[in-house]
Design a protein. Structure first.
Length: 289
């Protein structure tokens, strides 16, 4: 199965080592529930902030071997406690995810790419580091590559979701990129398609691709089926970029998405990574990679 909102992260799939699937599912349900608290339903911003504070209190409670509140005990924190005990998961990484969801409630724009990557360090990178922890991979280079892949996936999700984020008042394109192309936040909020907007989206896609290329060698540091799962994660992100390019960067008005028909291209791209030791896209741009 796939995370609905984190659709480029496979969760407890058949490629994941069987003994790790409960742990991966526990991390997923923790992140999924926190994201729902921040985004789903009709609650006010204040109510969402309060819910996330209570959620953090429950996380800290189970980390201290205390009982959580009943609200999320069965669905999230009772199974998560088992994972915390068994694998000694870094609680700080889980808390970082909550911080990212809180940030989404407070911050709607980002000054530059560095500030956006700082957000990714809490919203996406902890997921990769938690998975590496389960796999017993702690090498600094592997962690940096994981961060690059996860940040790239987060950015790709932003460039994929322009048509969704604009109507809810969120602008993830950095202000410096907007200004360089003669655009403003209001253009993105209104999902106003234009030649300058498409040029900016091209630049942003190129940035996300470069990050993915920097992180992709991690697939050769992860053994067995988990390494192949990561290959497909990388290919999933690159495939979305390929779809944005195929629509001539019109993601302000059209949202690209992966479908079952993309499976052969993803598998083929994963196989080519094994041969070439770098990410590839099964598209007309493949030779340039």
């Amino acid at each position: 199965m796939s995370i609905e909102h984190y659709e480029n992260f496979p969760v407890a799939s058949w490629l994941c080592p069987k003994h790790l699937r409960p742990a991966v599912a526990g991390i997923y349900h923790f992140a999924r529930t926190a994201d729902d608290l921040a985004d789903e339903g009709e609650a006010s911003t204040a109510e969402r902030q309060a819910a996330l504070q209570h959620y953090r209190a429950d996380l800290l409670a189970v980390a201290a071997d205390q009982a959580p509140s009943v609200r999320w005990a069965t669905t999230v924190f009772t199974p998560l406690r088992v994972v915390l005990d068994q694998y000694q998961l870094p609680v700080a990484l889980l808390n970082d995810l909550i911080c990212a969801f809180e940030q989404d409630l407070q911050k709607k724009e980002y000054r530059d790419r560095a500030e956006l990557l700082d957000y990714c360090s809490r919203s996406a990178n902890p997921v990769g580091r938690l998975l590496l922890h389960l796999y017993g991979v702690h090498e600094p280079l592997a962690l940096r590559r994981s961060d690059a892949i996860c940040s790239s996936l987060q950015l790709i999700n932003f460039w994929q979701d322009f048509s969704r984020d604009g109507p809810i008042g969120r602008v993830y394109a950095p202000q410096t990129d907007l200004a360089r192309h003669g655009l403003s936040s209001s253009d993105l909020l209104a999902c106003r398609d234009s030649t300058p907007a498409r040029a900016m989206i091209k630049d942003l896609c190129d940035w996300a691709e470069q990050l993915m290329r920097e992180g992709a060698p991690l697939v050769f540091q992860i053994p067995g089926r988990a390494g192949w799962e990561l290959r497909l994660v990388v290919q999933g992100g690159l495939r979305i970029l390929a779809k944005i390019r195929a629509m001539d960067y019109a993601s302000l008005i059209h949202r690209p998405a992966l479908a079952r028909l993309d499976a052969p291209a993803l598998l083929w791209g994963a196989l080519l990574m094994k041969q070439r030791s770098e990410p590839t896209m099964n598209t007309q741009r493949e030779e340039s990679l």
